[in-house]
Each structure stands twice: as structure tokens, then as C-alpha cells.
Ligand binder design. Structure first.
Ligand SMILES: *[C@@H]1O[C@H](CO)[C@@H](O)[C@H](O)[C@H]1NC(C)=O
Ligand SMILES: *[C@@H]1O[C@H](CO)[C@@H](O)[C@H](O)[C@H]1NC(C)=O
Ligand SMILES: *[C@@H]1O[C@H](CO)[C@@H](O)[C@H](O)[C@H]1NC(C)=O
Ligand SMILES: *[C@@H]1O[C@H](CO)[C@@H](O)[C@H](O)[C@H]1NC(C)=O
Ligand SMILES: *[C@@H]1O[C@H](CO)[C@@H](O)[C@H](O)[C@H]1NC(C)=O
Length: 382
């Protein structure tokens, strides 16, 4: 089985990508989250073909099953397998389950599996599963290693574990979870050279009032550098909350003794519809945030704390999820419709990125008491 796998499964270790920054074939560092279980969608093969046409370089597949993973056969799209929380108990208790999981879901011809992630927001969201997560990750890692599949095994954490707003230098992991859970997880990730996955939703900090914004675009703190914020402890200047959230996680890990673990943003985005008291949830702002994020990330400038090391990021989500309708925060984050139409155009290809994402002239809109700068890329890019 091992030789079969090494023959057919094309595998790219995570650590190849920072080095790839210098290579001429520049893959985009921003991908999308595709929940295979979303109802009323076209078959996975159609979705995968549309992703290829749109130049999407990476996907995080949620609730994968064999045919769903196989849809990415020979597409060249790099796949991260996202295994649901409900599988944690079985994989933790019984390593045979881990082998079966790897064999049936990950052993696919010519699918480029980039990482495997087990569980979402387990430490702060699912206390019953928290003690089982690390044993399950270890079983999965062993199963993959025995099958000669050399990919990182990790878990998707919630930014709520850090929870802090600006500045990033003040960030630390939730004290009641840090010693018991987070530190042992970091030891595992460090020893297996695997990344720490966190979501990063600037809109949550913005809505909770943790960060006050007076004049802002929805990605950056503002359209011009005078509105950027400086972290006094480090002297580093931030143009946007996305970078500051990544650096907050880097800081929190460093405070626990791990300063070298890569960060991957396993969910970020902006809703295109919200309740009537949520004017910031709109197609206009969703387009601005996601379009500018992709351009900014594909410049590969890293973050102020880790210049030159650009975290991979996944946009939540490829599709709206009708199962979450009624929950304005969850239901309307899709960048495509179920008919595979783009709600707005995101250029995932780093080679076409036109004049870039910063310092562009903007249109000033007076809106809900904020001055919001909206940049229309279509005016400046082809
Ligand atoms: C495997 O996929 C790549 C694209 O990622 C393609 O170029 C290649 O032809 C495929 N190989 C086989 C044997 O199908
Ligand atoms: C994913 O796991 C959660 C928590 O265990 C569970 O409530 C949910 O039903 C699972 N979803 C799927 C699609 O298995
Ligand atoms: C572990 O799982 C396998 C496959 O589901 C099963 O055959 C076996 O009996 C399980 N072992 C234990 C100790 O539960
Ligand atoms: C830290 O985590 C605990 C357990 O999940 C939770 O009860 C508490 O509210 C969290 N603290 C903060 C400041 O978020
Ligand atoms: C993390 O891993 C590196 C490389 O294996 C090792 O040198 C370092 O001591 C580890 N850090 C900690 C805090 O264990």
C-alpha cells in the first residue's frame, strides 16, 4: 500500500512553500474553503473544474469523502483535508480508525494533498473533545507516516483562543487553556514541522468593539498611511487587522516558547448580506475585503513581525451555506453562487495582479457614520 501511495499521491510538504517564494512559478497563497456537504451544489467534479478555470490555487475541503477528494485528481489544486470534529473520538481511541480514514479518504490518484487538519475550534468550542484532540492528531500522524504520506497534520483553531484586538504584542492564549492544551499542541506541531491554523475574521473584532475604527476601508485601517496603527511595544506599524491578527497568534505562540511555527489562516472573509443593523455586511464590502486580501497576500510581503513569510489563507467560503440561513453571521459568506457564478471578481492569479492593492485612489462613501474608502479595482486593472 505504501508504494502504491507514493506512486500515485503527489504530495507537497508545507515547508516547501516559503522557499517557493523565490521560484518563478508563483502559486497564489490564497485559496477557498469548499464544504463538500453543502446542499444543492453541482457535483464536486464540476466545482473543481470551475475552480481550475478561475485560477484558484488551493482549497480547504470540509467534510471530505472519497469522490469529493477525487474530484481534484490532476487539477493541480493543492488540497487541505479538513476532518470534522465528529471523527475525533474514534480516531483518538483506535488507531485503526486513523488508518482506515487515511486509506479511504486520502489515498486518491494524483491529488495534491498539502495538509490534513482534524477538528475545528475544539479547545474553546468543544470542551468534551479537547482532551481527545492531541491523541487523535498523533494517531493520524502515525497512520500517514506509516503510509509514507509526508504531510503535516494539524487542527483549525479559532482566533477566540487569543481573542485580543490591537496591539498584537499584548496577545496571549486563553490562560485556562494554554498550559493544558495549547502548549502540548504547539510541541506536537513544532516536532512534526506542522503549521498552526487559526481563523482570522477582522469583522468580528470590528463588531465586538475590540477595535475602534474611525476612518476605514474594510481591509485596511484606512486608505492612507496616516490611519495605520503602530504597536508601541514593537514599533511595528500595521495597515490592517488581518496582519495584526496573524502577528497576535505569532506573539502568543512565542510567549509559550515556540517562535518558529508557521501560521496558516484557515478561514477569513466577509459576509455579503446581513441583518438591517449590519450595514457592513454587503456585497460592496465583501468584494473589497476579499479582492484586496488576495492581492495583498499574493504580494508575499509577510506580516510586520514575519516579513517575507506570508501565511497561506483560505477564504470562507466558496459557497453560501443554506444550512446556516437565518444566522446572518454564518449564512452569507460565499464568494460564488451555487450556479458557479462569481458574486464579484477575485483574481486569484498572482501573475495578473495589476497595479496592486495599496495606495490606490479610492471613492469616498459616507456610510453609517464612518468614512469608508472603497477601491474599485476594475478601474485600474484590466
Ligand atoms: C497529475 O496531475 C498533474 C496536474 O497537477 C498533471 O499535469 C499530470 O498529467 C497528472 N498525472 C497523471 C498521471 O494523471
Ligand atoms: C461535525 O461535528 C459536529 C460536532 O461533533 C457535529 O455536530 C456535526 O453534526 C458534524 N457534521 C458532520 C457533517 O458530520
Ligand atoms: C478499532 O477499529 C476497527 C475498525 O473499525 C475495529 O475493527 C476494531 O475492532 C477496533 N478496535 C477496538 C479496540 O475498538
Ligand atoms: C477561556 O476559555 C474558557 C474555557 O473555554 C472560557 O470559559 C473563558 O471564557 C475564556 N476566557 C476568555 C477571556 O475568553
Ligand atoms: C522546535 O523544533 C526545533 C526543530 O526541531 C527545535 O530545535 C526546537 O528546540 C523546538 N522548540 C521547542 C520549544 O521545543
Amino acid at each position: 500500500m505504501a508504494s502504491l501511495l507514493s506512486l500515485f499521491v503527489s504530495l507537497i510538504p508545507f515547508f516547501s512553500w516559503p522557499a517557493a517564494a523565490a521560484s518563478p512559478a508563483r502559486d497564489g497563497v490564497v485559496g477557498v474553503i469548499y464544504a463538500l456537504g453543502t446542499p444543492d451544489l453541482p457535483p464536486p467534479k464540476k466545482v473543481a473544474d470551475a475552480l481550475v478555470s478561475a485560477g484558484v490555487p488551493r482549497v480547504l475541503l470540509i467534510d471530505p469523502y472519497p469522490e469529493g477528494v477525487a474530484a481534484f485528481d490532476s487539477t493541480g489544486i493543492r488540497v487541505t483535508i479538513g476532518i470534522n470534529n465528529s471523527h475525533i473520538p474514534a480516531i483518538a481511541k483506535n488507531s485503526t480508525e486513523a488508518f482506515l480514514w487515511v486509506g479511504t479518504n486520502i489515498q486518491q490518484p494524483n491529488v495534491t494533498v498539502e495538509a490534513v487538519s482534524l477538528g475545528y475550534s475544539v479547545y474553546n468550542g468543544y470542551p468534551d473533545l479537547a482532551p481527545l484532540l492531541l491523541p487523535a492528531l498523533k494517531n493520524l500522524h502515525t497512520a500517514l507516516t506509516k503510509a509514507d504520506i509526508d504531510v503535516p497534520v494539524t487542527t483549525c483553531n479559532s482566533y477566540d483562543l487569543v481573542g485580543s484586538g490591537f496591539p498584537p504584542s499584548k496577545a496571549e492564549f486563553n490562560k485556562s487553556l494554554a498550559a493544558t492544551y495549547v502548549k502540548p499542541l504547539l510541541a506536537f506541531l513544532n516536532s512534526t514541522r506542522s503549521p498552526f491554523l487559526t481563523d482570522a475574521f477582522p469583522i468580528k473584532l470590528y463588531r465586538s468593539g475590540v477595535v475602534k475604527l474611525t476612518s476605514t476601508g474594510v481591509l485596511n485601517f484606512g486608505a492612507d498611511e496616516s490611519s495605520y496603527l503602530t504597536d508601541d511595544a514593537t514599533g511595528l506599524t500595521y495597515s490592517n487587522l488581518f496582519d495584526s491578527m496573524v502577528d497576535a497568534v505569532v506573539t502568543a505562540m512565542t510567549k509559550l516558547g515556540y517562535d518558529d511555527i508557521p501560521v496558516v489562516v484557515s478561514g477569513t472573509g466577509w459576509p455579503s448580506v446581513g441583518a438591517s443593523n449590519e450595514p457592513e455586511a454587503s456585497v460592496l464590502y465583501a468584494a473589497e475585503y476579499n479582492e484586496r486580501l488576495v492581492v495583498k497576500q499574493n504580494m508575499r510581503e509577510g506580516t510586520p513581525l514575519r516579513p517575507g513569510t506570508t501565511p497561506l489563507a483560505y477564504i470562507y467560503a466558496l459557497f453560501d451555506d443554506p444550512r446556516n440561513k437565518g444566522d446572518e453571521f454564518e449564512g452569507n459568506w460565499g464568494i460564488w453562487t451555487a450556479e458557479l457564478q462569481q458574486k464579484y471578481t477575485i483574481d486569484f492569479n498572482p501573475m495578473n495582479r495589476g497595479v496592486g492593492g495599496r495606495g490606490l485612489p479610492g471613492k469616498k462613501l459616507l456610510f453609517a457614520g464612518w468614512i469608508v474608502w472603497v477601491v474599485f479595482f476594475s478601474f485600474f486593472c484590466e
